[in-house]
Design a protein around this ligand. Structure first.
Ligand code: ADP
Ligand code: MG
Length: 552
């Protein structure tokens, strides 16, 4: 049925108004085809960036800012997708990113493949509900197979963590520095992780990633402490203090102005002097408090008055002001200090420690390094690179690596990559499908075919022949060579275990579940009712006029 415009008209000629004027409805096959096409297009966009030989995308936003990346989630975040079904694929990329941090491109490619394979069944008049049911069964079975083939590793073993981090980074722009960066990622997380028996709890927020263009990616360093993009506030203050005693203050070191207009009647010069002296005295008392407890570094979240700065400089204190709350929290974790909100409460026990606090010049900026902390529970990775785009992409690669290492620290099971697990699961699923009857069997087989899209796309991106690859892979897996996959650098099907490509099992689990979810959701839609889209939202306000799907 074609697109119908409301109002509809009854046989007696009377209009029946159900939807708002101007709404349009797309039904049945048309709606389905439309959605399928949109989903396939989105998958088509990110496909070419999958794997170590994947290409990068250059994205230009409406302000002309350029991003170069091959990170699936970033690509989809930057392009402005309108179609509601396409938006759902963007959503799964985001969900995968926030759940496990890697596998975003794979999730979209797999969802696209699932939809494409479903289309073949729709063409044969298999009802969408049957396909959806079959897909759900297949997904559940696939997870079981994944559990069976996954390799358990000792939790937190550095060698394994390094392998995982390296694989994740080898598909990115910074792949040449993967070894070096992997080392820093793993060291950082091992430092900040909480170990409870054999179970690790990791929060990647405890690793602050600070970036600055300049130098090369090789200059990226792990700092056992926190780097603040702030300078020391007063020229008279020391720029370097060894074995510092650090006060973390979340209160202004200035006299707070009254909320309302206060009027002070001053009738002679002595009164002005008395008034200023009083202010001066209060500020001096604040600084005295800091000196009394023995602090020689002050990190303040609020402002610091000029006069207080002067007194602190005289007392040989190094101070930084207007530090972000998140940085102050990290500093507390790194230095073992406690944040005080009231200067009067500041005690010796609240002071944090480090090996050194120093202001250093980073390109044109001056930053304060608080480093050499003993047993820091928050650390910094300072990312360098020859230009802003490299630094940005390096930061994204680090994020992915931090996430995958966290994944295997918390769930210590891995698989070999390069499309081998997908090929193996596809193989076992096909065997399983013979135990099923009827049309469901077809859907499960299509699910298996869709999984093969991962190795096939990896092969295509490496310039290999997709059909030959598929045939070789199937042959290998039916002979029980379960880790045979696409050796992208050699350009041939081989044992990926020998090549050393490792991924967290949870990433694969998440990729399969989110792709299946999105594909099923899209396949179930047979009716799209859309209000007229306002081209230019009035006054920038988006009313409830969207298509009723997607996020907006
Ligand atoms: P995603 O966003 O899905 O993580 P990537 O571009 O990172 O996309 O590609 C991940 C895929 O590349 C995985 O299937 C992984 O196994 C594969 N891969 C990574 N390194 C290699 C390699 N050296 N050879 C073959 N495949 C690899
Ligand atoms: Mg990846």
């Amino acid at each position: 049925m074609a697109t119908t415009a409301y109002p509809a008209v009854t046989s007696t000629g009377q209009p029946v108004l159900i939807l708002k004027e101007g709404s349009s409805e797309t039904k049945g096959r048309d709606a389905q085809r439309n959605n399928i096409m949109a989903a396939k297009l989105i998958a088509g966009i990110v496909k070419s960036s999958l794997g170590p030989r994947g290409m990068d995308k250059m994205l230009v936003d409406s302000l002309g800012d350029v991003t170069i990346t091959n990170d699936g989630a970033t690509i989809l975040k930057e392009i402005d997708v309108q179609h509601p079904a396409a938006k759902m694929l963007v959503e799964i990329a985001k969900a995968t990113d926030s759940e496990v941090g890697d596998g975003t491109t794979s999730a979209v490619v797999l969802a696209g493949a699932l939809i494409e394979k479903a289309e073949e069944l729709l063409d044969k008049d298999v009802h969408p509900t049957i396909i959806v049911d079959g897909y759900k069964k297949a997904a559940a079975q696939a997870q079981k197979i994944l559990d069976k083939i996954a390799i358990r590793i000792p939790a937190g073993e550095k060698d394994w963590l390094l392998k995982i981090a390296k694989t994740s980074m080898s598909t990115k722009l910074v792949s040449r520095e993967a070894v070096l960066l992997a080392e820093q990622v793993v060291d950082a997380l091992l430092l900040v992780a909480e170990k409870n028996g054999t179970v690790y709890r990791v929060d990647i927020e405890d690793v602050k990633v600070e970036k600055k263009a300049g130098g090369t990616v090789r200059d990226t360093q792990l700092i056992k402490g926190i780097v603040l993009d702030k300078e020391v506030i007063h020229t008279g203050m020391p720029k370097k203090i060894e074995n510092p005693k650090i006060a973390l203050i979340n209160a202004p070191l200035e006299i707070e102005k009254t909320e309302f207009d206060a009027k002070i009647n001053i009738t002679n010069p002595e009164q002005i002097k008395a008034f200023l002296d009083e202010e001066n005295k209060m500020l001096k008392e604040m600084v005295d408090r800091v000196v009394e407890v023995g602090a020689n570094v002050v990190v303040c979240q609020k402002g610091v008055d000029d006069i207080a700065q002067h007194y602190m400089a005289k007392a040989g204190i190094l101070a930084v002001r207007r530090v972000k709350e998140s940085d102050l929290t990290k500093l507390a974790k790194a230095t073992g200090g406690r944040i005080v909100t009231n200067l009067g409460d500041l005690g010796v026990k609240d002071l944090g420690s480090a090996a050194i606090v120093e202001e250093r010049k980073i390109e044109e900026d001056k930053w304060v390094f608080i480093e050499g902390c003993k047993n820091p529970k928050a650390v910094t990775i300072l990312v360098r690179g020859s230009n802003q785009r490299i630094v940005d992409e390096a930061e994204r690669a680090l994020h992915d690596a931090l996430m995958v290492v966290k994944d295997v620290m918390q769930h210590p099971a891995i698989v070999i990559g390069g499309g081998a697990p997908e090929a193996e699961i596809a193989h076992q699923l096909r065997e399983h499908s013979t135990t099923l009857g009827g049309r469901e069997q077809l859907a499960v087989q299509k699910f298996a075919d869709a999984l093969e899209a991962i190795p096939i796309v990896l092969a295509e991106n490496a310039g290999m022949d997709p059909i030959d690859t598929q045939v070789e892979l199937r042959a290998a897996h039916s002979q029980g060579k379960k880790w045979y996959g696409v050796g992208a650098s050699q350009g041939k099907v081989e044992d990926m275990e020998k090549i050393g490509v490792y991924e967290p099992a949870v990433v694969k689990r998440q990729v399969m579940s989110s792709a299946t979810e999105a594909a099923c959701m899209i396949l179930r839609i047979d009716d799209v009712i859309a209000s007229t889209k306002m081209r230019e939202p009035r006054g920038g306000a988006h009313g409830g006029e969207g298509a009723g799907m997607g996020e907006d």
